[in-house]
Write a protein that binds this ligand. Structure first.
Ligand code: AMP
Length: 375
């Protein structure tokens, strides 16, 4: 028994609570009363740690809830075209964030949705309980990029099964601490907010279509979230301000904690209601194959990173952690552009992310001591 107990300690890994209980009981047989109490107390502490470990998804941090589109995209760049490839805002986000932690996906696909994509997610820490599969066609989106790949035209959008979609958040996801409202109709985003009320951080993404067609509904959603992601163009459209900074201040006045301005190949800007400003550097890519989903992958990097961070006592994240999350977002976004669809994310590792992180630190570091000229 004693040897078994010592082996257990040497291995240093808790495989299961029952194994732990067995080993502790074995040792207890040879102990005095006082020692037994001490061991029982330690045992209680250990089971508490194991309980928290399991609750937080197994390797620290909290799981992430995402609601948004899962699609089949057809994308044309000036050089190539891919048809009916895995797309959708939630797909990019889920794949990116699952590099860091468990992701709970709530979305809908049609009966024509290829099984291989589901199998791919099943092999990652992605929970598909909230993914509805309905008779009908999956959401389809077609776009063409310009020579300047920061600009694109949407050629076709077919809602398919999204036309009758209402997000149903499974009970066990309703207390999620990190929520990403990926790009879908603002009415549906509001339905999600009605079901998830206890998150530490809610992040919202949107697009030109909703600014143009459902502005009042979008406004109501913006008033209820903590962080808004928008491109410069979307900020101008929504606020009618030419100046991005003025537009951001107008948005912050609606009650947001942060606005992140996505600048495509130029990086991202973070503005806080507390006056924070942070310019996250961009990674200089030699070749952009397809920038689709870079914004959603950015959000995946941001929330993926934060899912590993302990929030402060008030439930908010320290500003340095938010900044670090934005840098992670930039890095994941840059990787997505290196291939079509989510393909680059399939093989991406945390080591790749770390390499690019170190490069960005190097590229954006400069002498913090001001002087007018060299001495
Ligand atoms: P991004 O490049 O970050 O704007 O994300 C592009 C992704 O958004 C594509 O994979 C599309 O399938 C998806 N998408 C495009 N239009 C819509 C829409 N109206 N609603 C939801 N998702 C959309």
């Amino acid at each position: 028994m004693r040897r078994l107990y010592n082996t257990f300690l040497a291995v240093g890994r808790v495989r299961s609570t029952s194994c732990l209980a067995f080993c502790l009981t074995a040792r207890q047989e040879t102990r005095s009363q006082a020692e037994r109490i001490r061991i029982a107390q330690r045992r209680f502490q250990l089971s508490k740690i194991i309980y928290i470990y399991i609750l937080k998804g197994g390797d620290g941090g909290v799981s992430i809830l995402v609601v948004g589109s899962v699609a089949l995209d057809t994308v044309e760049t000036p050089f190539t075209k891919v048809e009916e490839t895995l797309g959708g805002a939630a797909s990019y986000f889920t794949t990116a964030a699952s590099l860091y932690n468990q992701v709970n996906l709530v979305a809908i696909v049609g009966s024509d949705f290829p099984r291989e994509h589901l199998d791919f997610w099943r092999n990652r820490p992605v929970n598909l309980v909230g993914l509805q599969i309905k008779e009908g066609r999956t959401f389809r989106w077609k776009a063409r990029y310009h020579m300047d790949m920061n600009a694109r035209d949407t050629l076709d959008t077919q809602l398919g099964v999204y036309a009758g979609f209402h997000p149903i958040i499974p009970d066990k996801y309703r207390s999620s601490k990190l929520l990403f409202l990926a790009n879908i109709q603002p009415e549906l985003q509001m339905e999600v907010l009605e079901q998830v009320s206890n998150a530490n951080l809610t992040v919202l993404d949107t697009m030109e279509l909703w600014i143009m067609t459902t502005r009042p509904q979008l406004t109501e959603v913006i008033k209820r979230v903590d962080v808004l992601l928008m491109s410069e163009e979307e900020i101008r459209q929504y606020t009618n301000r030419l100046s991005i900074v003025a537009g951001v201040h107008q948005l912050l006045d609606m009650g947001l904690q942060y606005v992140v301005v996505k600048q495509g190949s130029y990086g991202a800007l973070l503005f806080g209601a507390d006056g924070t400003f942070f310019s996250a550097p961009t990674y200089p890519l030699e070749e952009v194959i397809d920038p689709t989903g870079a914004g959603d992958a950015f959000a995946g990097g941001l929330l993926g990173y934060l899912s590993k961070v302990e929030p402060q006592q008030d439930g908010h994240y320290a500003i340095d952690e938010i900044k670090c999350g934005v840098v992670h977002g930039n890095i994941i976004g840059s990787y997505v552009c290196e291939d079509f669809s989510i393909d680059r994310l399939r093989t991406l590792t945390m080591d790749d992310v770390a390499t690019r992180y170190r490069r960005l630190v190097e590229y954006s570091h400069f002498d913090p001591n001001w002087r007018s000229r060299r001495a």
